[in-house]
Design a protein around this ligand. Structure first.
Ligand SMILES: *Cc1c(COP(=O)(O)O)cnc(C)c1O
Length: 391
């Protein structure tokens, strides 16, 4: 008999009943150190007092009004995002997938209104993840995501990761945009070198096409900058944001330049819940903390500590791990043992990590994790790796 919850997830037999900062408490009382943060969602850890206050205060005032009316919390969050980034304008969604939908629509509408409606193609890359909607899976293109769900939304050109010749050859007069994650998340924590991101920006400028960055996982302070592309010094035309921006409350956004967004006039797009007062009150509280230079500096310092100790871990367990990769507090352990065995061994020492493609284990701790907690996490990872070697 089919379970009452549609069985589309491989769930671990763990039931968390409470969260405190970097810790998750299981129903049986065990305290897990959380290096997953709900897949980079709980950017400020669990039950952060500022987020609890923002949410409860808004909950006592007004939960929801339609986008038929003015929403001051939404205006405030948009103003903050515009002030802190390349963007001139913001549309709020409830998720990363919905941000992908709008990014695709916005790029196509831009070319349509510019009198080049044939420019519908969007170039994407192997290992990409842009969500599970029809556009999202078509954008990613992998058999794992698209199998059985055809016919797929047309207009995506899939390229291998890091193949410059294929990229040059793919830029034809039907291409309207390039879509890429500055650091691939689901694909196995693969950072795009700064040089390559600059190269993509140059290529887009040369051909007058749009650069869309998916910063759903790598954005919102994760790499030690507010957004990952800031490391390379370039800016995109359109950017997808979600996960960390709501700190656990469902919230996403599309940020864009005035030019890229020029086709999206009244009536061209909408969302019932997108940008509702509860979500935006929390989003503002997240921005207040994460968009602060001192906070981002601390993320960078802790990332250095974590990375350095992970290099030591890899050196100490060469049969289990191969390498550390990633950026900031978005790190991956490329495994030699099966990453599923590493995941289980971590659970056995009360440590939460997240698997990714390419036999990688992801470490995406809350950005608020302390230096002591990082030390504790390493000691648990060391115990987990030793248990695998012994097995
Ligand atoms: C998680 C993720 C998405 C999809 O976001 P949802 O909120 O699950 O819809 C899209 N892109 C990237 C890079 C992601 O990590």
């Amino acid at each position: 008999m089919i379970p009452s919850v549609l069985p589309t997830y491989n769930r671990a037999p763990l039931t968390f009943v409470k969260g405190e900062g970097s810790w998750l408490i299981e129903a049986d009382g065990r305290r897990f150190l959380d290096l997953g943060a709900g897949i980079a969602v709980n950017a400020l850890g669990h039950a952060h007092p500022a987020l609890v206050a923002a949410l409860t205060e808004q909950a006592q005032t007004l939960w929801h009004v339609s986008n038929l009316y003015q929403i001051p919390q939404q205006q405030a969050l948009a103003d903050r995002l515009v002030a802190a980034t390349f963007a001139d304008t913001v549309f709020f969604t409830n998720s990363g997938t919905e941000a992908c939908e709008l990014a695709v629509k916005m790029a196509r509408k831009y070319w349509h209104d510019k009198g080049q409606p044939q420019r519908t193609d969007i170039v994407t890359f192997e290992g990409a993840f842009h969500g599970r909607s029809s556009a999202g899976i078509a954008a990613a293109g992998s058999e794992k995501m698209t199998g059985g769900f055809g016919p797929l939304l047309p207009g995506f050109v899939h390229l291998p990761w890091g193949d410059h010749e294929a990229l040059q050859a793919a830029i034809t007069d039907t291409v309207g945009a390039i879509l890429i994650e500055p650091v691939q998340g689901e694909g196995g924590i693969r950072p795009l070198p700064d040089q390559c991101l600059k190269g993509l920006r140059d290529l887009c400028d040369e051909h007058g096409i749009l650069l869309i960055l998916d910063e759903v996982q790598c954005g919102m302070g994760r790499t030690g900058k507010l957004f990952a592309h800031e490391w390379s010094g370039i800016t995109p035309d359109i950017m997808m944001v979600a996960k960390g921006i709501g700190g656990g409350f469902p919230l996403g956004a599309v940020l864009a330049t005035e030019t890229a967004a020029s086709g999206m006039v009244a009536g061209t797009h909408g969302s019932t819940y997108g940008g509702n007062p509860l979500a935006c009150a929390v989003g503002c509280a997240v921005m207040d903390i994460v968009a602060d230079a001192g906070f981002l500096d601390r993320v960078g310092r802790k990332a250095g500590q974590l990375r350095q100790s992970l290099e030591g871990l890899v050196a100490a367990h060469p049969k289990v791990f191969e390498a550390v990769r990633g950026s900031g507090l978005m790190l991956g352990l490329k495994c030699k043992a099966a990453n599923t065995d590493v995941l289980q061994a971590a659970y056995d020492v009360d440590l939460i990590v997240v698997p990714a493609a390419d036999n990688v284990i992801r470490l995406l701790p809350p950005l608020t994790i302390s230096e002591e907690e990082i030390t504790e996490a390493l000691s648990r990872l060391d115990r987990a790796a030793s248990a695998i070697k012994a097995a």
